[in-house]
Design a protein around this ligand. Structure first.
Ligand code: NAD
Length: 499
């Protein structure tokens, strides 16, 4: 069985802790590799080496750092299929979805190629007599990225590309479920010209995360994962004086107005609810139709579409709609929540619980399920299911649908489907959610905007990628400079012989 490594000082390094965790093929349930779980000592040594390497990297001209991103972007393109396969092999998502995972990360690398323009400082000429002020953006030093399983390429790239472009060194701690893509990205970065030690990939679990949070040299932490862990990491990092931005879970609502194009709304819901087996923080998990007729029509249109979904391994080709969930534990949890939904009185109009796939009986496949008549007190509404389960909550008015969305503790993404510009505008203006789609189900902003939720979907300041990332990964230093007048009059300007 393959034994994975850490990536330290430009080399694959075996773990020394003796502790490993299994990396599964979610389609078959087989263990395909084991990944080492680092100790506090291994982490501290990786940070110390990163701190040494950061000095020269931070002093490298911004345009030279950007050139590393240019080469890195070209290499990602060149290795697109290989990277997508790495993603799909450990995560289970389809190959087109694996490519999308790499592509949406690559787009952040592309913005970083123009990073120097985002690193420019500010200047005030003659702020006082003989006094000028200027501000510069300097790297934090060593920062850490702690990432989830569900986007093994995209989220590590969202973290490392801006952090490195700003002149930081980074400790990347990928999910122990899908670590291989990060190790491969580190190799490609070396090929692109990144000096050794500037990116260290340290694999591990809670032990290494806590070691990062307690290491005094680590100046900033960017986290993505579930809400309880995001809140915990934010608290501990902030207590230890670190800059932190921690993005958490979601429960994304899509409002369907009576005037919406119902076929387009149904298509959007199927893609956004079941794509990647619902394992996206921007998945739509709650459909909120306004009015009985809208709700009835939606169920009528959704049921045949859901029943047609093809579930299978990524190796089965491009026409598979979604693959397995990540682990047996995730599958058991999802099935348990569906049982609870039934027990608590929701109508299970499509039941995916008994789904099996011939030849893949040990894989973590869950068939698509849909509930109607869900109410906010039910566990299937309150919890982030993170599986292929869509819940419909019926409402009688736009105001009720808006209030439901706003009262939900999460605030990552939301969408409205309507033909009325006034309603759409009102929704976008009033809703307390960070990313809003209008007739657009998964509104992940383009890489030159920024990504971030509100409420319990994010802790800390500033969003991921775009200009906000350049603010997060730099600190501002402001110089007030006075040059006394009269020196030029007193100077000697004649070329004199030495005496
Ligand atoms: P997770 O919280 O279990 O793990 C995320 C990271 O935290 C991993 O690297 C893991 O090793 C580490 N970790 C886990 N438990 C820990 C603990 N007790 N102490 C310290 N570190 C710990 O999340 P996941 O299951 O890998 O990912 C799915 C979650 O991520 C979902 O909730 C999803 O909504 C969320 N997510 C959010 C965004 C966003 O941008 N808001 C994007 C993608 C995923």
């Amino acid at each position: 069985m393959q034994e994975l490594t850490h990536w330290i000082d430009g080399k694959h390094v075996k773990g020394t802790s003796g502790r490993f965790t299994d990396v599964y093929n979610p389609a078959t349930g087989e263990v395909q590799a084991k990944v080492p779980l680092a100790t506090v000592e291994e982490l501290n040594a990786a940070v110390a080496r990163a701190a040494e390497a950061q000095v020269a990297w931070g002093d490298t001209n911004p345009q030279r750092r950007a050139r590393v991103m240019m080469k890195f972007g070209a290499l990602i393109n060149e290795h697109m299929d290989e990277l997508a396969e790495l993603v799909s092999r450990e995560h289970g998502k389809t190959l087109p979805d694996g490519r999308g995972d790499v592509q949406r990360g690559l787009e952040v690398v592309e913005v970083c190629m123009g990073g120097p323009s985002l690193l420019k400082g500010e200047y005030t000429d003659a702020g006082g007599p003989g006094i000028d002020l200027y501000s510069m953006r300097q790297p934090l030093g060593v920062v850490a990225g702690i990432t989830p399983f569900n986007f093994p390429a995209m989220i590590p790239l969202w973290k490392l590309a801006p952090a490195l472009t700003c002149g930081n060194a980074m400790i990347l701690k990928p999910s122990e479920r899908c670590p291989s893509t990060s190790l491969r990205l580190a190799e490609l970065l070396q090929e692109a010209g990144l000096p050794d030690g500037v990116l260290q990939v340290v694999n591990g679990d809670k032990e290494v995360v806590d070691a990062i949070l307690d290491n005094e040299t680590v100046a900033g932490v960017g986290f993505v994962g579930s809400t309880p862990i995001a809140q915990y990491i934010y608290g501990r990092a902030a207590t230890n004086g670190k800059r932190a931005q921690c993005f958490g879970g979601a429960k994304n609502h899509m409002i369907i107005m009576p005037d919406a194009d119902m076929d387009k709304a149904a298509d959007a819901l199927v893609g956004a609810g079941f794509g990647a087996a619902g394992e996206r923080c921007m998945a739509i998990s709650v459909a909120v139709p306004v009015g009985k007729e809208t709700a009835d029509t939606l169920v009528e249109k959704l049921m045949p579409r859901i029943e047609k979904l093809k579930v299978g391994p990524y190796t089965a080709g491009d026409d598979v709609d979604y693959g397995p969930v990540i682990t047996q534990a995730a599958k058991d949890r999802i099935l348990g929540l569906i049982d609870k939904g039934v027990a608590q009185g929701a109508d299970l109009v499509v039941d995916g619980r008994d789904f099996t796939l011939q030849g893949y009986e040990n894989g973590y496949f869950v068939g698509p399920s849909m509930f109607d008549n869900v109410t906010p007190d039910m566990d299937i509404y309150k919890e982030e299911i993170f599986g292929p389960v869509l819940s419909q909550v019926r409402t009688d008015s736009y105001e009720e649908a808006l209030k439901l969305t706003m009262d939900n503790p999460y605030g990552n993404g939301t969408a409205i489907f309507t033909a009325d510009g006034d309603t759409a505008r009102d929704f976008a203006h009033r809703v307390n959610v960070g990313m809003v789609g209008i007739n657009f189900p998964i509104p992940v902003p383009l890489s030159y905007h920024t990504f971030g939720g509100w409420k319990k979907s994010a802790f800390g300041d500033l969003n991921q990628y775009g200009p906000d990332a350049f603010r997060f990964y730099t600190k501002t230093k402001t110089v007030t400079a006075r040059w006394f007048s009269g020196i030029k009059e007193g100077g000697e300007f004649n070329f004199k012989a030495m005496e």
